[in-house]
Design a protein around this ligand. Sequence first.
Ligand SMILES: [Zn+2]
Length: 83
Amino acid sequence: MKNIQCKVFGHDYKVSRHVTYHVKEYTCSNCKKELTTNSKGNLTELTPKFKEINDVLERIHAKRRMRLKNFNKKQSENLLATA
Ligand SMILES: [Zn+2]
């Protein structure tokens, strides 16, 4: 039984997904148990509900990063328009 090792030594969690800067998903390399960071910054079991939340967070995060990239360009365009 693989889980015996986890019971004795504890889980061996590895980051399996970077959702945002603060939220990550972890998977135990032995028993495949999954954890995630919740909104309070604590680790909690990765339930289907949390998976859904993380999917949304990931999408928002990706969008925000893209917007930041365009922000400087847009700002200079606006400055030029008002000058
Ligand atoms: Zn484990």
